[in-house]
Design a protein around this ligand. Structure first.
Ligand SMILES: N[C@@H](CCC(=O)N[C@@H](CS)C(=O)NCC(=O)O)C(=O)O
Length: 241
C-alpha cells in the first residue's frame, strides 16, 4: 500500500486498528476441557497472557455421564476443544487437538515466534514435550489408578527417568544458548508456557527437583513471575495434573 502523505498513512493505520479492534470484539472464544491443567492449560494461559476474554468451561473429571454426553458432539471425541464464534455472522468453528489450539491462539496473539525459523523452533520444543508426554502418561496413569508405591517407582525408574534425562538435557541446552532466559528468541512464546507448566507437573510428581536443576528452576521461576500471568497463577485452583 502506497501513501501520498504521512497523514494518509496515519489515518489508514488508525482505521485499520479500529477495524481489528471491532472484529476481535465480535469474536467469542470458548475453551472446553476437564477441571485439571493437563492439555488445556497452555491455552488458558495464552488467553490470560494476551488479556483476551474467553469462557473457560471445565467438565468435572468425576462426572463421567456429563463427559460421555458431550463426547458424542466433539469433533474428534476428546478434549480440549476451542469454539470460535463470530458474533456478527453467527459462524462457529470448533478446533480439536491441544497443540492445534495452542498454535492457533499463539499465532492470533503473537506468541508463536517472530520469524518462520523461530516458529519452527517453538514447534520443535512442543514436539519434544509431546514425545516426553508419552512416558509421563505411563506414570500419571499409575498415580491416578492408585498403583502400589513399588509399581509407581518402577515406572519412574524404567520409563520416566531415562526420558526425562534426554528431555531436560535438550531444554537446558536451549536455555544455555539463549541469553534472553526464554527457550526461543527474545520474547515469551507458547513453548515457554508449555514447558513451564510441564515442570510444575513434574515437580508435583517428584520428577523435577528444582534444587537439582538450577537452570530449569530459574526458567520456571521466570515464567511463573510473568506479570500478566502472576495473578492467574495465584488464583487458579491447585491441581497435580
Ligand atoms: N492428542 C490429543 C489428546 C487428547 C486427550 O487425550 N484428551 C483426553 C483428556 S487429556 C480425553 O479427552 N479423554 C477422554 C476420552 O478420551 O474419552 C490432544 O492433544 O488434544
Amino acid at each position: 500500500m502506497k501513501y501520498r502523505t504521512a497523514h494518509e498513512r496515519i489515518i489508514f493505520n488508525r482505521l485499520l486498528q479500529l477495524y481489528l479492534h471491532y472484529r476481535s470484539a465480535m469474536i467469542q472464544y470458548k475453551l472446553i476441557y476437564f477441571d485439571v491443567r493437563g492439555l488445556g492449560e497452555v491455552s488458558r494461559q495464552l488467553f490470560h497472557l494476551a488479556g483476551c476474554e474467553f469462557e473457560d468451561v471445565k467438565i468435572p473429571r468425576n462426572d463421567e455421564q456429563a463427559w460421555l454426553e458431550l463426547k458424542k458432539s466433539t469433533p474428534f471425541g476428546q478434549l480440549p476443544i476451542l469454539k470460535i464464534l463470530d458474533a456478527e455472522s453467527q459462524n462457529e468453528i470448533e478446533i480439536p487437538q491441544s497443540s492445534a489450539i495452542g498454535r492457533y491462539l499463539a499465532n492470533q496473539f503473537g506468541y508463536a515466534g517472530k520469524t518462520p525459523e523461530e516458529k519452527a523452533m517453538v514447534d520443535a520444543v512442543i514436539d519434544q514435550f509431546k514425545d516426553f508426554l508419552v512416558s509421563q502418561k505411563r506414570l500419571t496413569l499409575a498415580v491416578r489408578t492408585k498403583k502400589s508405591e513399588e509399581e509407581i517407582n518402577r515406572v519412574k525408574e524404567d520409563i520416566v527417568t531415562p526420558a526425562k534425562d534426554t528431555y531436560f538435557k535438550i531444554l537446558k541446552k536451549l536455555l544455555e544458548n539463549n541469553s534472553s532466559g526464554f527457550l526461543v528468541g527474545n520474547d515469551i512464546t507458547w513453548a515457554d508456557l508449555q514447558i513451564s507448566d510441564n515442570l510444575t507437573t513434574l515437580d508435583g510428581l517428584g520428577i523435577f527437583v528444582p534444587s537439582e536443576e538450577p537452570i530449569l528452576a530459574k526458567f520456571h521461576e521466570k515464567i511463573m513471575n510473568t506479570p500478566s500471568l502472576k495473578t492467574y497463577f495465584e488464583q487458579r485452583p491447585a491441581s497435580l495434573l
